[in-house]
Design a protein around this ligand. Structure first.
Ligand code: HEC
Length: 96
């Protein structure tokens, strides 16, 4: 009898915990940045403040960034790899 009650308690605990586990996983997915985006942010934060203040990504639309970013990355003399990462960061961060 004790054994049955014990197993029942375990099942209840598992059931009670499982929704929380899924919630945590969805939260993490929402804010997840890829490794390229994280590196891109570091490159952006250190290279895009040399001539002006740090520009907020949200202040410009995707269409504006498509024109601005390639020109600015040229000005900042980024390598092809850095450009790819900054591109991933900026376009991955735009709120549409
Ligand atoms: C060699 C200097 C230089 C570097 C480095 C530079 N910029 Fe600029 N940027 C300018 C100048 C000059 C302007 C025009 C004046 C202003 O808006 O301050 C400008 C303007 C901008 C604007 C506003 C454009 C508009 O249409 O209003 C954005 C956004 C921007 N830069 C982003 C960046 C980003 C992102 C980087 C890094 C990849 C970067 N800049 C690096 C010189 C630079």
């Amino acid at each position: 009898m004790k054994y049955i009650i014990g197993s029942f308690a375990i099942v209840l605990t598992v059931l009670a915990c499982s929704p929380k586990v899924t919630e945590v996983i969805t939260e993490v997915e929402e804010i997840e940045m890829t490794a390229d985006m994280t590196e891109g942010r570091a490159i952006y934060d250190s290279n895009c403040i040399k001539c002006h203040g740090l520009k907020k990504i949200d202040d410009f639309s995707k269409a504006q960034w498509e024109k601005i970013l390639p020109a600015m990355m040229e000005k900042a003399k980024l390598s092809e790899e850095q450009k790819m990462k900054v591109h991933a960061y900026v376009f991955g961060s735009i709120n549409e």
